[in-house]
Write a protein that binds this ligand. Structure first.
Ligand SMILES: *[C@@H]1O[C@H](CO)[C@@H](O)[C@H](O)[C@H]1NC(C)=O
Ligand SMILES: *[C@@H]1O[C@H](CO)[C@@H](O)[C@H](O)[C@H]1NC(C)=O
Length: 409
């Protein structure tokens, strides 16, 4: 479990708390989520961890646990998530001082998070979480259950009593929605790479360079930067809240925990072991037979409008910036199967997906193109750009059409 390592690094320190009390008023509000829920509305709520007398309404004021940490992983061995993104660890309440409560309500330690989210119509959220909130050692569902049970149940404003006519489990979509919304506003990979800090198997970086690249984008407040064996592997962004986790605003705050990284010589290892496709290489000439050139290790390039435009990443989505995922093609029956670091690739209800629990589809090829059911047509609703990813559907039923070619590693 990646989450077991969560708390060993928590050191008690008053430094961060003292700094955040200075409160420069810098805010990082996140987009308000759908307000289809029925959680309490809060009028002029106080900023958590900053009250000078007891606050009564703990549905509008997070306590205990007024410091909320959006925590992220950089897992390289085994790697998890896209090669050019950090992944979500969780959203942890902390008592404003580096101590925290855990496992606060066994009755709400649900073991059906995916089913709960789906029952609230959150399929898109689940899809996103399957890409960005994954475990490097077990199923994503088990990891979400652990994060919810250990940390989510300790968030005072998510208590069932905080909902008018509470529908059982409705605090669960609120927790996962907010965590994902915060994570989307914390693109650590981009912030580091904008400062010239990119994954490398040879380069190293100083702690102060990493901290300032991130603090600059977090209201001037330094997140916790975590290392394992001298390599960057965790980030915790601290916030205080004004109002509830469901509908309140999150204001950036200084880390309450001192970094465990060395001050220099920090590695930031690539997730794909250091190889990336050269942008100038052209597609390998097609071979013969149904397997064609698709064999061994390689990249799945996307060709749209007559030219190569990005590639398929490990979850099976199309991405136009960043590093391509490595796929393994293995001959099978009258064609071949494909596999990424996420798991087997298959077409399920028309969607191309790779992951654990996906059953392999036998693909074929013709003229260098990947074929599904004899057709080279793939399509998506709109071509991705920047950091967006597009779902890949078999057939030409969606607006933007493309083909997929193989590039051997
Ligand atoms: C802030 O409010 C909480 C919740 O009522 C309370 O437990 C805590 O003691 C208060 N802090 C101060 C400094 O009064
Ligand atoms: C999830 O589990 C809880 C508690 O066991 C149960 O009350 C709830 O109905 C389940 N939800 C779904 C959508 O299966």
């Amino acid at each position: 479990m990646p989450s077991v390592r969560c708390f060993s690094g928590f050191a008690l320190t008053a430094l961060g708390a003292a700094q955040s009390v200075l409160g420069l008023g810098l805010k990082s509000p996140v987009a308000r989520q759908d307000e289809q829920g029925n959680s309490a509305t809060c009028s002029s709520p106080q900023l958590s961890c900053h009250n000078t007398s007891a606050v009564q309404d703990l549905c509008c004021f997070n306590s205990p646990g007024g410091s909320l940490l959006q925590t992220q992983f950089w897992d390289t061995n085994p790697a998890t998530g896209p090669d050019d993104s950090w992944t979500i660890h969780g959203l942890w309440p902390d008592n404003c001082d580096g101590t925290y409560e855990a496992n606060c309500d066994d009755d709400r330690a649900y073991t059906n998070i995916t089913a709960i989210l789906n029952s609230f119509g959150k399929q898109d959220l689940v899809d996103y979480m399957n890409t960005y909130w994954t475990s490097n050692s077990g199923s994503a569902e088990t990891f979400w259950e652990h994060e919810w049970g250990k940390h989510g149940t300790c968030i005072s404003t998510l208590d069932p009593d905080c909902y008018t006519s509470y529908k059982p489990t409705e605090e669960v979509p609120d927790f996962f929605e907010r965590t994902v919304a915060l994570f989307k506003d914390l693109p650590s990979y981009t912030w580091l790479s904008d400062a010239g800090i990119t994954p490398s198997s040879s380069k190293t970086y100083t702690l102060s360079a990493i901290q300032s690249a991130l603090a600059k984008n977090h209201g001037g407040y330094t997140p916790y930067v975590g290392c394992a064996s001298g390599a960057l592997d965790e980030l915790w962004y601290f916030y205080n809240t004004r109002g509830s986790v469901q509908t309140g605003t999150f204001e950036a705050a200084e880390s309450l925990t001192k970094s465990n990284c060395p001050s220099s010589g920090i590695k930031y290892l690539p997730k794909n072991g250091g190889s990336s496709p050269s942008p100038t290489t052209t597609t390998t000439a097609p071979g013969s037979g149904p397997t064609g050139s698709f064999s061994g290790s390689g990249y799945l390039n996307v060709v749209s409008g007559g030219s190569q435009n990005g590639c398929i990443i490990s979850a099976g989505t199309w991405y136009t910036s960043g590093t391509c995922a490595t796929f393994t093609a293995a001959s099978s029956g009258s064609g071949f199967t494909l596999k990424s670091s996420k798991g087997n690739c298959g077409v399920q209800s028309g969607l191309f997906t790779c992951g654990s629990g996906v059953s392999s589809t036998v693909f074929t090829s013709s003229n260098g193109n990947l074929l599904y059911s004899g057709s080279s047509a793939f399509s998506t609703d709109s071509a991705p750009s920047g950091s967006t990813q597009a779902k890949v559907y078999s057939g030409s039923g969606h607006a933007t059409k493309f083909t997929i070619t193989w590039e051997s590693k």
